[in-house]
Design a protein around this ligand. Structure first.
Ligand SMILES: O=C(O)c1ccccc1NCC(=O)[C@H](O)[C@H](O)COP(=O)(O)O
Length: 213
């Protein structure tokens, strides 16, 4: 089966079009004001309308309150909510129930022990996203361009679909897929010229490399 590809942190119509033209399955919109990839509700709504049904729209939130979740659900109408903060399994389940949308919970990985929490989240999530834990002192909980040891996921037996992220780029995604056997990959920094500035050529190269793996 073809590898699922998510391009995260898109902010402009041009880069949304580049991701779709490259064949991305999912486009991620970041709702986190401290991120250089942050979008307002109004900007996200316009991007969402542009995407139409050509890709799945993922709304990325970080410990969002109910008001923000409601605004995203009602105005942006994403296909999936990504939870990238310290949401507990209970909060993850409540978010799914409140929004009525599939939920993808991000789990930060640095060592094998970090995987102990996976069953609790897999029970209440539709999909798991394995990402590198942010480096000490990082401002962002994700989108840091840092990889973790992919061998930690080798042989993973998970009843839910999952995606791999963290430090992926056109030049290493095939190797990451070979080691992890992940059914999907997610990238942000690895397809940028600078934080928040996506490069259409790198987006195309990334999708091609992931699909060729
Ligand atoms: O990308 C951001 O700015 C961001 C901000 C706050 C929370 C999460 C964020 N990104 C999460 C993602 O899904 C990224 O695609 C993932 O962490 C991989 O990022 P990268 O290592 O830069 O490819």
């Amino acid at each position: 089966m073809s590898t699922l590809v998510k391009i995260c942190g898109l902010r402009t119509p041009e880069t949304v079009e580049a991701a779709i033209a490259a064949g991305a399955d999912m486009v991620g919109l970041v709702f986190f004001p401290r991120s250089p990839r942050n979008v307002s509700i109004a900007e996200a709504k316009a991007l969402r309308e542009r995407v139409g049904g050509r890709a799945l729209v993922v709304a990325l939130t970080v410990d969002a309150d109910d008001a923000l979740l409601d605004a995203i659900r009602d105005e942006v109408r994403p296909d999936i909510i990504q939870l990238h903060g310290h949401e507990t399994p209970e909060r993850t389940a409540a978010t799914k129930a409140r929004t009525g949308l599939p939920v993808m919970k991000a789990i930060g990985v640095a060592e094998a022990g970090d995987l102990a929490q996976v069953p609790a989240y897999a029970a209440v999530s539709d999909r798991i996203l394995f990402d590198a834990k942010p480096p000490r002192g990082a401002v962002l909980p994700g989108g840091n361009g840092v990889a973790f040891d992919w061998r930690l996921l080798a042989g993973l037996d998970l009843a839910k679909p999952f995606m791999l992220s963290g430090g992926l780029e056109p030049g290493n995604v095939a190797e990451a897929l070979r080691i992890t056997g992940a059914p999907g990959v997610d990238v942000s920094s690895g397809v940028e010229r600078a934080p928040g500035d996506k490069d259409p050529e790198r987006i195309a190269a990334f999708v091609k490399a992931a699909r060729g793996a």
